[in-house]
Structure formats: structure tokens, C-alpha cells
Design a protein around this ligand. Structure first.
Ligand code: ADP
Length: 491
């Protein structure tokens, strides 16, 4: 336990030194470690199995050979009556020979558990009562391998063959058979296999470094491809041949880059559109003012007329700026929504009341059709702006004596609003673009009637913020219908 905690302390100190957490976070290092483990662990296991198998078989062979030889000796001891009279030198020599052969010790024990012969000559006449001896007297040989001390304990009964009927055990041969030879062979094999292991280890180490570098290569390529992309997003998508999993990450990254590129483009386009839109009224004002300056004796009527035009341009500039501000507000995140339960019928009544004078100016009839009472969780200010834009457009882009029809309905989940007019309509090829900022079907006509080209963009942003949808359908020369759907509850 103590040693383990000591080792652990050394390992953690080592990993600190080599920048531990970074190292283990590194995929390259993990691949290297994996290859090393996969390469080396089986080698160690196989080496262990081979050594253990060899030891088992060698011990089994030596045991069976020793048991056979001691059985022969037991028969000899029986036939020579050595148990009762151990004076025979020939038999004693035989015992010593076997003792030498097995580099061990041989004890001959009689029926009184007394040692009649010890090949070491140190325990003669002593009494021995051990498990193996007792087991042998009960009939049966016993063997046991003591691997740590390198010997096999063999006990063989000395059976009386004179009386075949009784087969009586007169004594026991207890022998210690040395296994030093097996130990030496094992050490030799182990040494040789260690050399092989070290050689294989070096090859696996080199292979692990090679594989780790090879497998990490696509990552390095992608990193350098990303770093080589300078601030802009105008480069081609990143294309690196790599793993299937990496391909999907690359796909997502390329999509993100594409989105950033589009956003960047639309931001640039927006800025140039804004500048252009703001410059147009300024240019008109400058022309008007310049022509007055160039004619010092211009009549008062002319001054009045030009000043009216300048006021008109200032109003336009003002409108554009307030629309831009509204749009910026819409672009902010959803957190800015001030959601309340609002009666939509009342809201539309109020909007129509406000727009009625404009409609009357153009002799346009405003019709409100409410299929049911609708209450929804909305941001009143933002949706008022959205609905007003749609109805105002219906009036602005109408023909003389036309009409605008506003229909409100709801189901259990959504409210729907339909604003249809009998106006000039929108050509099919323009319908997809009318919600874009500053997009106008007919620039001059739109400007003439005071449009900034931002109304529908504001409308769409406000509706999307409410997780709703808006779509337009139109027949040129007949009229346009905008359909809005907004969830009744805001979640
Ligand atoms: P504007 O301020 O110019 O009206 P909008 O964003 O509200 O800008 O609308 C974009 C363009 O879509 C308009 O310039 C106009 O050409 C067209 N449009 C919008 N509403 C209608 C409609 N009801 N009928 C015909 N054209 C429309």
C-alpha cells in the first residue's frame, strides 16, 4: 500500500513535469498509448502463459519419473527387508544414488514412523509424523510441488508384496526432488524472451509514433487550412480528405463559414444600401439649394416651391432613419420582446382608425372582417408596426377607388390575419424578394409614394420574433394578399 502510494506520487510528479493534463488530453498521445498497449500486453500475456505451461509440464514429467523410480525403490526395500534390517549397504547405496539423481533427500520411514534411513544422514532414528506420511500409510502416494523453494515432495508407500492378499503398507519413502534444473531453464527462457520483448517493444514504439502521427495528420491539415483562412470568408470551403466523422464536422464548419460569408455580404450590401438611400434625399436637397444659390434674383414663389421640396426630402430622410431604427430594434434578440396578452381585434381597430385618413385621401375603402374575437400573447408595439405596414402598403399600392380587406381569424393554436388589396399587384418574379431590406419592385413609384423599402423587412422580422410566418401571393394588376400566422401563446 505504502509502495503503491509512493509509486503513484512519482507517476503524478512525472506527469506534472511533462505537462500531464495536456499530454493525456492529446489524441496523438492516446493513439500512441493504445498502440503500445495493444502491441505489448498480448506479448507479456503470451510470455507468461508459455513460461507457466513449461513449468507445469516439466514439473509433471519430473514428478512422474521420480514417483516411478521411488516405486521401484519401494519394491526393492520390501524384497530386501530393509525396513526391518537397514544394514544392507547395497540398498543404502541405491537410496543414495536416487538421492543424488534427484539432487534431493530421501527418507525411509518404517511402520512406527521412525526414520530408518536419511540420505543426508542427519535424521536417522528420529520419528516423523507428517500429513504426507500419514496419507501414504492410509494407502496412496502423494506429491506436492513447492515452486518457491524449488522442490517436489514425493511420498511413496512401501507395500508388502509377500502377502498379496493384504497388500500391507510397511513403510514410506519420503523424498525431496530438486527442481533447480527447471528453475534454471525457466530463467534462461525468461531472459531470452525478455530480449525478444525489448526488440518487439522498440518496433511497437516506432510503429506507435508513426501511427499516432499518421492518424493525427488530417487534424493538422484542417488546423492549417483554418489558420490559412484570413479574416475573410471569401475562400473556398475547407476540403481535407479525412475520416467519415471528420467529414461531418467539416461539413458543419463549411456551412458555418458559408453562413458567415453570406452574413458578411448582406451586412456590406446593407451598409451600401443605407448609404445610398440616405444620400438620395441629400443629393436632391443639394440640387435644390444650389439652384437657388445660383439664381440670386429668383422669385419668392420659386423659393417657396424649392423649400417645400427640400422639406419633403427632409421628411423622407427622417422616415428612412426611423425605419432603420425600427429594423435595428427588430434585429435584437428575442429577450427584447415585451409580451402581453392583447386583444387583437381592438389592436386592428386602432390601426385601421389611424390609417383611415390615408385611405380616404386615395378614396380607398378599408374593410375589417373579424371571424372571432382573438386574444394572443404578443409584443403590442412590434406587431402594431408589422400589421400597420401591411395595411399601409395595401393602401399605398392600390388603385384609385380600390379597397383593402383585413380578415382576422384563429384556431386553437394560431391567429391568422389576411390583408388583401385590389392594387397594382406584384410580378411573380419579385414576390420572393419583397421582404428583403430596401427591395422595391418599382423604385421610382415606391419613392414617389414615400416608401423606404424597409417596411416589409420590419414586418417579417417582427413576425419571426413571434415565431410566426408571413407570405405573399399576388396577381399583377389585380391585387395582393399577405397572410400572417402567429401562435396565440408565446413559448
Ligand atoms: P416600401 O417602403 O417601398 O413600401 P416595403 O418593404 O413595404 O417597402 O415593400 C417593398 C416593396 O414591395 C414595395 O416597394 C413594393 O414594390 C412592393 N409591395 C409591398 N406591398 C405591396 C402591395 N400591397 N402591393 C403591391 N406591391 C407591394
Amino acid at each position: 500500500m505504502c509502495i503503491l502510494s509512493g509509486e503513484w506520487a512519482i507517476i503524478s510528479r512525472f506527469s506534472e513535469l511533462i505537462g500531464g493534463s495536456f499530454l493525456f488530453k492529446s489524441l496523438k498521445f492516446r493513439i500512441f498509448l493504445l498502440v503500445m498497449l495493444v502491441g505489448m500486453i498480448p506479448m507479456f500475456i503470451v510470455r507468461g502463459i508459455i513460461l507457466a505451461e513449461y513449468e507445469k509440464n516439466a514439473v509433471a514429467a519430473r514428478t512422474s519419473e521420480a514417483v516411478n523410480n521411488f516405486h521401484i525403490l519401494a519394491d526393492y526395500l520390501d524384497s530386501s527387508g530393509y525396513i526391518y534390517d537397514p544394514s544392507s549397504d547395497a540398498v543404502s547405496r541405491e537410496i543414495d544414488q536416487l538421492s543424488n539423481l534427484y539432487d534431493g533427500r530421501v527418507l525411509v520411514i518404517n511402520g512406527d514412523y521412525r526414520i530408518v534411513r536419511d540420505s543426508y544422514g542427519i535424521s536417522d532414528d528420529k520419528t516423523i509424523i507428517s500429513q504426507e506420511v500419514i496419507k501414504c500409510f492410509r494407502g496412496g502416494e502423494a506429491t506436492k510441488y513447492y515452486g518457491r523453494d524449488h522442490f517436489i515432495l514425493v511420498s511413496v508407500p512401501i507395500l508388502s508384496l509377500a502377502d498379496e492378499e493384504r497388500d500391507e503398507t510397511q513403510g514410506v519413502i519420503l523424498a525431496l526432488v530438486s527442481t533447480e534444473g527447471i528453475k534454471d531453464t525457466l530463467a534462461h527462457v525468461s531472459r531470452n524472451s525478455s530480449v525478444i520483448l525489448v526488440s518487439v517493444g522498440i518496433i511497437v514504439f516506432a510503429l506507435a509514433i508513426f501511427l499516432a502521427n499518421l492518424m493525427i495528420l488530417p487534424f493538422s491539415k484542417i488546423t492549417s487550412a483554418i489558420s490559412s483562412m484570413e479574416a475573410g470568408y471569401d475562400k473556398k470551403p475547407i476540403d481535407v480528405k479525412s475520416y467519415a466523422e471528420m467529414d461531418s464536422i467539416l461539413g458543419a464548419l463549411n456551412q458555418l463559414l458559408e453562413r458567415m460569408r453570406t452574413l458578411d455580404e448582406s451586412r456590406q450590401e446593407f451598409v451600401s444600401n443605407v448609404s445610398h438611400e440616405l444620400k438620395t434625399p441629400l443629393a436632391s436637397m443639394k440640387i435644390l439649394a444650389d439652384s437657388l444659390v445660383m439664381q440670386p434674383d429668383a422669385p419668392v414663389e420659386m423659393y417657396r416651391e424649392f423649400m417645400e421640396d427640400i422639406t419633403h426630402e427632409i421628411d423622407r430622410e427622417n422616415d428612412i432613419i426611423s425605419d432603420l431604427l425600427s429594423l435595428v430594434k427588430m434585429d435584437q434578440k428575442e429577450g427584447t420582446l415585451n409580451i402581453k396578452l392583447v386583444n387583437i381585434n381592438e389592436l386592428l381597430e386602432m390601426i385601421l382608425k389611424r390609417l383611415r385618413p390615408l385611405a380616404e385621401q386615395n378614396n380607398i375603402e378599408l374593410v375589417f372582417e373579424s371571424i372571432r374575437q382573438v386574444e394572443a400573447e404578443i409584443d403590442e408595439v412590434k406587431l402594431t408596426l408589422a400589421f400597420s405596414n401591411l395595411i399601409e402598403n395595401g393602401i399605398k399600392y392600390n388603385r384609385k377607388d380600390g379597397s383593402v380587406r383585413v380578415v382576422l381569424d384563429a384556431d386553437h393554436k394560431f391567429m391568422s390575419l389576411e390583408v388583401s388589396d385590389t392594387g397594382i399587384g406584384i410580378p411573380q418574379e419579385h414576390i420572393a424578394n419583397i421582404f428583403e431590406r430596401f427591395y422595391r419592385v418599382d423604385k421610382s413609384h415606391s419613392r414617389e409614394i414615400g416608401g423606404s423599402g424597409l417596411g416589409l423587412a420590419i414586418t417579417r422580422s417582427a413576425i419571426l420574433m413571434h415565431r410566426g410566418s408571413v407570405k405573399a401571393s399576388s396577381v399583377e394588376g389585380e391585387g395582393t394578399t399577405f397572410t400572417v400566422r402567429i401562435p396565440l401563446t408565446y413559448v
